[in-house]
Design a protein around this ligand. Sequence first.
Ligand code: SF4
Ligand code: SF4
Length: 360
Amino acid sequence: MATTPTKKMAPRDNGAPDYKKYLHPLMLKNYGKWKYHEKVKPGVLKHVAEGGDVFYTVRAGSPRTLSVDMVRKICDVADKHCHGFLRFTTRCNIEFQVTSLENVELLINDINNVLGFPVGGTGNSISNIIHTQGWMHCNLPGTDAAGSVKALMDMLFEDFINERLPARVKISTSCCQINCGGQADIAINLQHHQPPKINHNNMQICELPKVVAICPVAAIRPATVDGKSSLEVVEEKCMYCGACHGQCPSMEIRDPETDTLAIWVGGKSASTRGGPSFMKLATFGLPNNPPRWPEVGDAVRRILDAYKETGKDYERIGEWIDRIGWKRFFEMTGFKFTKYHIDTYRFARTTFNTSTQVRL
Ligand code: SF4
Ligand code: SF4
């Protein structure tokens, strides 16, 4: 017979929490009843509700990786100006909400001088650049995605605090080809160029079936090496994604001599206008060159300069390229068009990432 537990169970923490608990009271009151919103200036939005309530959002760039001390400082600013409410956007901007225009300037003063963060990232600007989780959480990084974001944001700072682009531009950096979070108008991804090197001495028996199963193109198969169970890679099938390395550290894919960075353009998740779109290869083979990645910065600058010159209002980068054509894109940016820009890969499974919304 089942016994009744005497202690309370810990709350379940899986699944999305009820977001309404975390909304500012004025936002909750007017949920679904907003009449319009307008830009006050870069980084500041004004929302007006049907009943006449007015609400201001002030957006600040964050360095993404935050110390506990910094989180406490951010919360102190939200306690002082925003009744303790704030939110992080998907691109790690921090949004503070206030109910009067006078408080907007006081809040901006504290964001700039107490936190040391810039205000911007709204409308036709470069939103805060995101990077994949990187070395803080992951065992796969072949580069420091967070470091390259710092270098890029230093270069693009004026485009964060001003709205002077044809449309908003989202940029991301990723530290491997699995690319756990790098869909963007401009995406910088690390690329491997060789199959994994297997260390048969360290191969862990219990991992083998899982490693075989993880390969998206079925390039890994069992093998016996020196009388022991191990694995082998069918090299002509391997697309150097590194998924097997995440499953098994004895399959090392990273190589400081040959890994390079590639830039992809035109990714978009929103359903606006032309709908979601996959990003496509713009240039590749850029050196993985810390601490400032100057070659990557130069390539991003070339894309943005061409986009600023001929992009139409509200036209995102992918839509701009569709209109002017890839030939013109390569002419304007000076990137070389090569055989690697044509997707002739034949081994991907038919259901493999066929949607921007669902990863199969
Ligand atoms: S992009 Fe790759 S290496 Fe970087 S955090 Fe994601 S899975 Fe890990
Ligand atoms: S790198 Fe990717 S494609 Fe190559 S063997 Fe590993 S999982 Fe398969």
